[in-house]
Design a protein around this ligand. Structure first.
Ligand SMILES: [Zn+2]
Length: 407
């Protein structure tokens, strides 16, 4: 069996050794990396402990990396509580490599950048850096609210916009609104997305609004930066890693990433994002193995003393006909314990009563421990149909599991 730790990227081994030396220089991490004597080959990475967000944040706090040329940009690196944790990227945001592998845009395109700008989120700037390389014409849209949709849609149609990019759950209501008011975008060719899973609602509305439009995705995190790309010919959960990303699938299918960027700023060495994955052959015909992302493995939470796997429950809910999207909201009440609310977005033309059917399905399925809790206390489970899931105000992203404490 060949190791996952293989790369033909130039200077790969030197880069990894350099990252290890940086991590060792962080006083709080020295002991953690003390046992790794030398890296004779990339395969020796198997002996390097995986790192998570906490270790990376400790390292970044100490190292405060600086780019070799131009400005160093800081972006929020995970952690939704407390003060922002900062990740770093140089001017250009490493997009040259992305452009070599992924080309949804060219000089003739008119591209709408619909990712929210500012507030330490990288996506808007990343796509601006990408657009620079393509020679396209850009429109910096940023975040718009529902009252602005109509006027912008008319503008897009009048200008003959050929490409739009955004978080899928942000694009979905915009394209859905276009369908409602009859706006057509016949020139729209590419829909660029990153930040969360593809939104199947777009597959309902795009064929009506913009029959030529196809999805083009990027996968990654603020810590690893862009890790992989896909095209309309790939499954929406399947990615072709960039050459500078050394991707390893470890125990429990957890993915770790090692940066092979020679002047990369974040010391990413076997960094686990919490995503699970497997190697597959992609349907697009590219012969190299592709990474299928299976969702998160850290979605297990305590629910009334039992372990609830959010992804498994959501997969179960997704099997109910008419469920387009779903989300779990776990609320902790000091006195009466937790309650679980399942939010479901109905597909178009779904018959009434979807929430009741989903509830019956959950109670009727042999779904692990928590169904016991629901039977014991039916009030602990609620299912509600909604037009839109709860999203992060800053990024527009939708998390599969929202946890709250009742006050
Ligand atoms: Zn593919």
């Amino acid at each position: 069996m060949t190791s996952d730790f293989f790369s033909s990227a130039p200077l790969a081994l030197e880069t990894v050794r350099d990252t290890l030396a940086k991590l060792r220089s962080v006083p709080a991490l020295t002991a953690r990396y003390a046992d790794i004597v030398a890296l004779d080959s990339l395969e020796d990475l198997i002996h390097v402990p995986v790192m998570r967000k906490d270790e990376l944040n400790i390292a970044l706090d100490h190292l405060k990396p600086k780019a070799q040329h131009g400005a160093t940009w800081t972006f929020q690196s995970g952690g939704s509580t407390g003060s922002p944790k900062l990740g770093y990227a140089p001017t250009g945001l490493y997009m040259t490599e992305v452009y070599e592998q992924w080309k949804p845009l060219g000089p003739d395109d008119l591209f709408v950048n619909g990712w929210g700008a500012g507030k330490l989120w990288g996506a808007h700037y990343l796509m601006g850096a990408y657009a620079d390389l393509t020679g396209c014409t850009g429109i910096g849209l940023g975040a718009v609210n529902r009252t602005e949709y109509d006027v912008w849609l008319e503008f897009f149609a009048a200008r003959g916009v050929t490409s739009i990019g955004g978080t899928p759950s942000v694009l979905r209501p915009i394209i859905g609104r276009a369908r409602e008011i009859g706006v057509k975008l016949p020139d729209l060719r590419t829909v660029l997305w990153l930040g969360e899973a593809w939104n199947p609602g777009l597959d309902e509305d795009l064929p009506v609004v913009a029959p030529q439009a196809r999805r083009w995705g990027l996968f990654g995190s603020t810590e690893t930066w862009v890790a992989g790309t896909n095209t309309p010919q790939c499954a929406d959960d399947t990615w072709h890693p960039l050459p500078s990303q050394l991707v390893h699938v470890g125990p429990d299918q957890l993915i770790d990433f090692t940066s092979l960027k020679p002047h990369g700023l974040n010391p990413v060495l076997r960094y686990q994002t919490g995503d699970a994955g497997e190697w597959v052959t992609c349907t697009c015909g590219v012969p190299d193995r592709a990474l299928r992302v299976l969702g998160r493995r850290d979605g297990e939470v305590k629910f009334r003393g039992l372990l609830l796997n959010a992804d498994a429950l959501l997969r179960e809910v997704a099997t109910v006909p008419g469920v387009l999207q779903a989300q779990l909201v776990l609320t902790e009440y000091p006195a009466r314990g937790s309650t679980l609310e399942v939010l479901v977005v109905p597909a178009r033309d779904t018959a009434d009563g979807l929430a009741a059917r989903v509830r019956d399905h959950i109670l009727g399925s042999a779904f692990g421990g928590p169904s016991t809790a629901f039977h014991r206390d039916p009030e602990a489970l609620a299912v509600r149909a909604t037009a839109a899931l709860i999203h992060n105000e800053r990024t527009g992203k939708v998390s599969p599991l929202v946890q709250r404490t009742a006050t």
